[in-house]
Design a protein around this ligand. Structure first.
Ligand SMILES: [Zn+2]
Length: 72
């Protein structure tokens, strides 16, 4: 049995492509893998931003405190 995510139907594993929309199982699977890779890349980018952003934020607050210290 193969499954078409486009039509959300099961179809014969003998069929090369979905009988309803014509998308082949292999093409759909390849697309899914590509999407998963893009997702992983996005998650990694988010982590990099977090790793850079938090120290930057702390540094900024520290700088502000120093600045107020100088004024006061
Ligand atoms: Zn289909």
């Amino acid at each position: 049995m193969k499954y078409c995510r486009n039509c959300r139907i099961f179809y014969s594993s003998q069929a090369a492509a979905c009988p309803k929309c014509g998308v082949s199982y292999e093409a759909a699977k390849a697309n899914e893998i590509a999407e998963g890779e893009a997702d992983k890349r996005r998650v990694r980018r988010d982590w990099i931003w977090l790793a850079v952003g938090i120290p930057l934020f702390i540094g900024l607050i520290y700088l502000l405190i120093k600045l107020f210290d100088m004024i006061g």
